[in-house]
Design a binder for this molecule. Structure first.
Ligand code: GLN
Length: 545
């Protein structure tokens, strides 16, 4: 097993996850089986209880693990399926250590960060790295370990120490340390500054880890002088100083690293499979798309695109498949509401302008009542004007509420998530969900959806098979008591769970594309295998554009 450990310095948001995934692509292109582990040094057990404002979207895995969005990058770049254990957090390590202490495993010893926590970290990394991740039962050949946060943070120090020891446990020759840093470009002549990188490497070396490779994020390619200076001050070979400068799309990142000789430094031949050709084609294809398709995204974290990262990626995958240049028009859902017109008419008009001109409308998942009425208005607009619509999770629920209100005449239809005891409960709390604990208690992970009809648009997009496996994350569902009435009026629940009671997919009759899914298809979309609901939306939207 070869390990590539990716750490970061200076500041967060340098694209460490994309760099780490891209290194994985190069290893995979050399014919290796690659897996990955993300370390998040925070105390939470998992990302599930955190707001998207904190670290962006919560990514959901097949096993129901609610994890950091970087695992989504790994799954998409490497086309693998990871498990909850591939995201290590301090909450998880400490729970394990404390449980062992309660069992009496430490035989009377004082339990300490070193060696007990650091040993537990290393055991975890080694065990999880060996788990098959590519759908076969083969042990991976290489594991990318990404350390979240920046080196020097108090909470990441046990991990840095564990990784320092790890190189001796598995053999120095089996570990490559990659440090991602920032090279700012300053002044009128655009001088590339090396000092921040010098400092972070000094800090890392002070903790006992000497990086083998530096990856420097910069707006411009590094010049030779900067490269040599960094090599001299940071104790790396000049060839091992990589630059990740601005590129038109992220598929260029593995290519850019390959062009700078990273494969030779890693000791692999990245051209031994056809994978790099595929990446070259993909990066180029995306750069050359000219015809725009406008998708209105009606959400509530619209100034924080990381909150919808997988949805954006899925739209991108589907747009590439229909040869269109994706333009996402972000609409803050509450701006569509009437009250906004009184308070802030420009924002109201702007939001409606975007919605009116969209080729397709997407209402993504969400929690809480802010903006819900705006999302209902967006669903209404798409339904009545025959604009292609995809509702994901909450997006299915708001479209159902809209349908109950405006087609079935249930004027006060709502979800019990937003009002207590609504007069007509169109969406209700699922009986099996905990009412006391929020962490890890939703209906989570991969669950089968069984087709209820022989043919419909969304079924033909999914292709053969009696069932669809997609990942879930919700507490509420369409009220099973209303299903017959809703279906009789033309909104058909074409996919249901194994019980036949729970709605998973609806499709509206007499509409170019009006589909809601209770699951989150965005978590399984891949660059070459766009998720069927997204593809359906983009196909319908591009017929319109
Ligand atoms: N808040 C809704 C529920 O819990 C929708 C969740 C979601 O969109 N992920 O059912």
């Amino acid at each position: 097993m070869k390990y590539v450990v990716v750490s970061g310095g200076v500041l967060s948001g340098l694209g460490k996850g994309v760099t780490a995934s891209s290194i994985g692509v190069l290893l995979k292109a050399a014919g290796l089986r690659v897996t990955s582990i993300k370390i998040d040094p925070y105390l939470n057990s998992d990302a599930g209880t955190m707001s998207p404002f904190e670290h962006g979207e919560v990514f959901v895995l097949d096993d129901g693990g609610e994890v950091d969005l970087d695992l989504g990058n790994y799954e998409r770049f490497l086309d693998i399926n990871l498990s909850r254990d591939n995201n290590l957090t301090t909450g998880k390590v400490y729970s394990k250590v404390i449980e062992a202490e309660r069992r009496g495993d430490y035989l009377g010893k004082t339990v300490q960060v070193i060696p007990h926590v650091t040993d537990a970290i290393q055991d975890w990394l080694e065990e999880v790295a060996h788990r098959p991740a590519d759908g076969s039962d083969q042990t991976p050949d290489a594991c990318i370990i990404e350390l979240g946060g920046t080196v020097g943070d108090i909470e990441s120090s046990p991990y840095v120490e564990a990784l320092r020891q790890f190189q001796f446990r598995v053999g120095r020759e089996n570990v490559t340390f990659v440090h991602v840093s920032l090279v700012p470009v300053m002044g009128p002549v655009g001088e590339q500054k090396t000092k921040p990188t010098q400092h972070t490497v000094k800090e890392l070396r002070g903790l006992g880890i000497t990086p083998d490779i530096l990856v420097c994020r910069s707006s411009q390619p590094l010049n030779d002088e900067t490269r040599e200076k960094l090599a001299a001050f940071c104790h790396v070979q000049p060839e091992a100083v990589m630059s990740t400068h601005d590129v038109p799309n992220i598929y260029h990142v593995p290519l850019m690293l390959q062009e700078q000789g990273l494969c030779a430094i890693l000791g692999v031949d990245c051209e031994s499979t056809g994978l790099m050709d595929e990446w070259r084609t993909m990066a180029h294809h995306l750069d050359t798309l000219t015809e725009d398709v406008h998708i209105a995204m009606v959400g509530k974290y619209t100034d924080l695109s990381d909150a919808y990262l997988s949805v954006i990626k899925s739209l991108q995958h589907a747009a590439m498949a229909v040869d269109k240049n994706l333009v996402i028009d972000w609409i803050e859902a509450s701006h569509l509401e009437k009250e906004w017109n009184t308070d802030r008419p420009e924002e109201f008009n702007h939001a409606w302008n975007l919605l009116n001109n969209a080729d397709g409308v997407l209402v993504p998942g969400g929690f809480g009542d802010r903006g819900v009425e705006g999302k209902i208005l967006a669903a209404h607009h798409a339904r009545t004007n025959k604009v292609p619509y995809l509702g994901i999770c909450l997006g299915l629920q708001v479209a159902t509420i809209e349908f109950c209100r405006n087609v079935l005449g249930m004027k006060n239809a709502n979800s019990t998530e937003f009002v207590d005891n609504p007069e007509q409960a169109a969406v209700v709390f699922m009986p099996e969900i905990s009412t006391t604990h929020l962490g890890g208690t939703m209906r989570l992970g991969s669950r089968p959806t069984l087709w209820q009809v022989d043919s419909c648009k969304i079924r033909s997009l999914y292709g053969d098979g009696d069932a669809v496996d997609e990942r879930h994350r919700h507490r509420y569902e369409v009220n099973p008591d209303l299903i017959d009435e809703i279906e009789a009026a033309g909104m058909v629940f074409v996919g249901k769970d194994e019980s036949g009671q729970r709605c998973e997919i609806f499709e509206l009759n007499d509409h170019p594309f009006y589909v809601g899914v209770q699951y989150h298809p965005e978590f399984k979309s891949r660059p070459h295998r766009p998720s069927p609901p997204f593809l359906g939306l983009l196909q319908a939207a591009s017929n319109k554009s």
